[in-house]
Design a binder for this molecule. Sequence first.
Ligand code: ARG
Length: 397
Amino acid sequence: MVKKKVVLAYSGGLDTSVCIRYLQKFHDAQVTTVTVDCGQDEDFNEIESRALAVGATKHIHIDSTEEFANEYVSKCIKANALYQGKYPLATALARPLIASKLVEVASNEDAKLVAHGCTGKGNDQVRFDITIKSLNPELNILAPIRDMNLTRDQELKFAMEENIPISLEAKKYSIDVNLWGRAIEGGELEDASMEPPENIFHFVNNRSSEARYVEIEFRSGVPIALDGNPLKLQDLIVEMNRIAGAHGIGIVDIIENRIVGIKSREVYEAPAAISLIECHKDLENLVLTDHEINFKRIIEEKWSWLVYSGLWLEPLRRDLDEFINTAQSRVNGKVKLKLQNGSCRVVGRSSKNAIYDPEEATYSSRSVFDQRLAKGFIELWGKQSVISNQMLSSFES
Ligand code: ARG
């Protein structure tokens, strides 16, 4: 009998390695593993060997770093996207891209089944399932860890029994990493009252206590150069992870509201994301109107929530991107950042589209602002507040 073909998203970690063996044993499947490179800087030859050693019949490697940077991360920067005001969405952004590659491979390999290693407790299952079904409703999805209700301890035991090699780090934490950041969950971090040990961080350290100035140039809301050197977005992010990371920038430690109702303690390191969004917000303040900025904050929150919640392909996300892009056409200019001892501060900005006008703002005699106009303005501006307060005090007396 021909075995059924399953295309499995494979990271090389505990969950997905266990999945290969489970799919073989319990579904009698022929497994094709797919690893999508979203800039995670890992040893992909080693991941391929591991997939084949655990039992994959075929392994496919897809380098999507450029697509991830240009089609996903750039939108996140333009949207100043921070879920709960803090998490730059690294994992959430990569999931729809990985899911779309799974769907492509399934079609090329003529497979009717796709699989992922997500648990039934997290957000990633939601992101995978909705994206896969949106792109091809004919595909059936297997999620062995969820389907069998496996705990991490049970997975580790199974991996031991089956001689599946697992790294020391994977025994302690569940980790997900890409260009835009690294998420570390589980193990001792589940005690929300305890500080995460410093040695879990790969990007962030405080190696350098000297101040470092960095100049980022933006065009249409997207970073295009660092210290005057034009760079592809993906390379600029790698550089910023290194530079800002070495100055202690980018650790996020939050109690996160997951889609499935659980509150979880999450620890991230995302030096590039945190510092570039800081620069981008600052430049927007220079070139956009007060009205645009205030309205955009509402859009940004909705955008971040949609992406976090697995709704990347929701038409509303694209509608919001249209709004965001219109405003971004003026977000051009340079931002100077000072990094030192965990602080990341914008210390200068300039743009040909600036609506900051020193001649309006100055207190010196260069001022073009006619102060006399302010008196009448204030009278009209405060009219309703003044009247209602007068009425209140007349009721009280
Ligand atoms: N809580 C984050 C999110 O939902 C990170 C998830 C990390 N995933 C993982 N397999 N460790 O986007």
